[in-house]
Design a protein around this ligand. Structure first.
Ligand SMILES: Cc1ncc(COP(=O)(O)O)c(C=O)c1O
Length: 385
């Protein structure tokens, strides 16, 4: 099946949360799942596993070839040299973030977060009873930027951890080397552990490099816990497998010595799927990135031409568009507005932190035709308002 040739009626037969939550009149464009069919190479290996009833307990992660494949991949794509023995598997990235916050801080310790942010960052710190220290990103003229001046004020909250999302969800920012060096310097100076969620690192759309913050220097690597996964880029989040890289042996041991059944890990299908993605899925990923680039341009042109009151900076990465709808004058809950008026489901801005009030996040990882339908519906609601 072609990546662009997707029918809404087929998507509506899916059983996942994106397409199975609403009635048929609705187009969902919220949760970060793509509408594209999964790479044939992944489908094939999953079918093989099912057809041969090979669904028993999987081999240990260290015995699989994934640590070596990840090591090669990080070297090839980001020139980051790691040792395969520094990688552990997790069930998913969010679970890893929860573990890391729990392991490396105590109740009431401060955790710095740049908002707007992928909501589980906030939930995790809140639920574990740590002190959330918000360092809101600054809306500069062309992009969101880290507010380094305010970062110094964050020290008042006695931080132990700095959480980073790079590429950033929801703004799509890919931080530059200069920005990362400044963050790293801050973390080193104030003895902070960096939790770096780099799950979107395969989804860079602009000709800018993704730089893993841990690759900046050995000193920075030693205080960084990096989270990675194939789930966003290969659209297999439901299979549940993620990876954590920790070079410092004492930090690594904290994860490694925690019982496996608490930490979580892979399963036979996720292991097979990620191996296929990383060994054979490159062509599919390139084709997907090309469509995402087209969709992003289409969306940008549409906003510039028809919605001058909407502020939208296309991010350098991800398929998520973060749009400032405050000038539409319909209040803070703009996703609710579009749900009711357009029958399009977007992510509500305020779930990404209070700076997100009046914003929406739109997932444009769909066919150009469905995207055009989404934008047409939204346009009618905006013009009628
Ligand atoms: C930044 C970020 N981290 C983590 C996740 C979720 O990853 P997982 O399903 O492995 O928990 C997402 C999903 O959209 C995300 O955008």
């Amino acid at each position: 099946m072609s990546l662009k040739n997707i029918k809404i009626s087929d998507l509506q037969t899916r059983k996942g949360v994106k397409w199975n939550n609403y009635n048929e009149a609705i187009i969902p464009a919220w949760v970060a799942d793509m509408d594209f069919p999964v790479a044939p190479e992944i489908q094939e290996v999953l079918l093989e596993r099912v057809q041969s009833s090979d669904l028993g307990y999987p081999i240990a992660f260290e015995k699989s070839n994934l640590p070596d494949l990840l090591t090669e991949r990080l070297q090839e794509r980001f020139s980051w040299e790691i040792n395969p023995s520094e990688v552990l598997s997790l069930t998913d990235v969010v679970q890893g973030l929860y573990h890391a916050v729990k392991f490396f801080s105590s109740k009431k310790d401060g955790v710095i977060i740049q908002t707007p942010i992928y909501p589980p960052f906030l939930q995790c710190v809140r639920e574990l009873d740590r002190n959330i220290i918000i360092n809101p990103l600054r809306q500069a003229s062309k992009k969101y930027e880290i507010d380094f001046e305010n970062l110094e004020h964050c020290l008042k909250g006695k931080p132990k951890i700095l959480m980073l999302c790079n590429p950033h969800n929801p703004t799509g920012r890919v931080y530059t080397r200069e920005e990362l060096e400044k963050i790293a310097l801050f973390a080193c100076r104030h003895d902070l552990i960096i939790l770096s969620d780099e799950i979107h690192s395969d989804l860079v759309l602009d000709p800018v490099p993704h730089i893993p913050i841990a690759s900046i220097s050995k000193e920075v690597e030693a205080r960084t816990i990096t989270f990675l996964s194939a789930s966003k880029s290969f659209n297999i989040a439901g299979l549940c497998l993620a990876f954590v890289h920790i070079s410092d042996r004492s930090l690594f041991r904290v994860f490694d010595e925690s019982p496996r059944h608490l930490i979580g890990s892979h399963n036979s299908l996720s292991l097979a799927a990620v191996e296929a993605a990383w060994t054979k899925g490159g062509g599919w990923l390139d084709a997907t990135l090309a469509i995402l680039m087209e969709n992003r341009s289409y969306l940008k042109n549409m906003v510039d031409k028809n919605w001058p009151q909407v502020r939208f900076y296309p991010g350098e990465a991800t398929y998520l568009a973060w749009m400032d709808m405050r000038s539409i004058g319909r209040g803070e809950k703009m996703a609710e507005f579009f749900h009711e008026r357009s029958r399009v489901v977007l992510s509500e801005g305020e779930t990404f932190g209070s700076e997100g009030k009046g914003f929406v996040r739109l997932n444009f990882a769909t066919s150009p035709r469905i995207l055009s339908d989404i934008l047409y519906r939204m346009d009618r609601a905006i013009q009628d308002s």
